[in-house]
Design a protein around this ligand. Structure first.
Ligand code: ASP
Length: 290
């Protein structure tokens, strides 16, 4: 049976439902991850990714997205992409239609338009209101940054064991323009290798990136750890080597080639959605105690 994982409560639910629908209508798991992230990006009510999420400190939405295929380590990504949806499709096109791994900023936008997408205004009235409120209370930026999770990371496995990882984000609310986090970075926000496993991250992008969290998780799987143990080992490593990372939530999830999966979080509660080809389950992940 195919398997799909998606992060965070509300956006993850939207993403996993769209992914399941795609597979059930005959799509591949790679198509399903693209569909899942596209649905979440397109939903104006999800202050998570894509349309209607929180902009940067200039009031502009800058999107990051990435995808990786575990059979041959192909990958594609975009970062600081403005006015284009779905960012995940552009990331996939970078992988499939260029010899590159990542396109950035205005040139990523130019590529997306060349490939047939139309520029659009992604700011909703609610997002504009949130930005205007933040402008009057910029010292409350920490509250905003903590209150909203801005990423959906998805992992997928085909029946035959082929693995995929993908992620899409608007990054931190009211971030510095040009700031790029872990999500579009291969090895940090996503990684997939059919010989080991697929992994993803979400949370404080700077710290997850420094940890090379996704690659580290798959590397630990290759050393014999179960996906759950590998995720916990990455979080433990971050706590030990990057103690400042415990100030904000960091999550690592992983999926083995045998279909076992796991997730670990450094603080707070995190929700992971899982579709196993038949049923959808919402899993609560809490920090390890002791
Ligand atoms: N990791 C994302 C970033 O730092 C944010 C998130 O996952 O909530 O851009």
């Amino acid at each position: 049976m195919p398997l799909v994982l998606a992060t965070w409560d509300k956006p993850g639910e939207v993403a996993v439902a769209a992914a399941a629908k795609k597979v059930m209508s005959g799509g591949s798991v790679l198509d399903a991850l693209e569909s899942g992230l596209t649905a979440a990006e397109d939903d104006p009510d999800l202050v998570a990714i894509g349309r209607g999420s929180h902009p940067n400190s200039d009031g502009e939405l800058e999107l990051d997205a990435s995808v990786m295929v575990g059979s041959d380590l192909r990958a594609g990504a975009v970062c600081a992409l403005r006015g284009i949806l779905p960012a995940i499709r552009v990331a996939r096109w970078v992988m499939e239609r260029t010899p590159h791994v990542m396109l950035a900023g205005d040139q990523a936008r130019r590529f997306a338009i060349e490939q047939g997408l139309r520029p659009q205004n992604l700011m909703t009235p609610t997002a504009i209101k949130a930005y205007e409120r933040w402008l009057t209370e910029p010292d409350r930026v920490e509250d905003y940054v903590h209150s909203v999770h801005d990423t959906v990371t998805m992992l997928g496995r085909e029946d035959d064991g082929r693995l995929f990882a993908a992620s899409s984000t608007s990054g931190w609310s009211f971030k510095k323009p040009g700031r790029v986090g872990d999500s579009p970075i291969v090895g940090a926000g996503i990684y997939a290798d059919d010989e080991t496993g697929a992994a993803g991250a979400t949370g404080w992008g700077e710290e997850l990136w420094k940890a090379c969290a996704s690659y580290r998780a798959t590397n630990l799987i290759s050393q014999g750890l179960a996906p759950q143990e590998a995720c916990q080992a990455v979080i433990d490593h971050m706590v030990r080597r990057q103690p400042a990372s415990t100030a904000r939530q960091c999550v690592v999830l992983a999926l083995g080639k045998d279909g076992r999966f796991g997730a670990a979080v450094n603080k707070g509660v995190f929700h992971l959605w899982v579709w196993n080809g038949v049923t959808t389950e919402r899993i609560e992940v809490v920090p390890k105690t002791g």
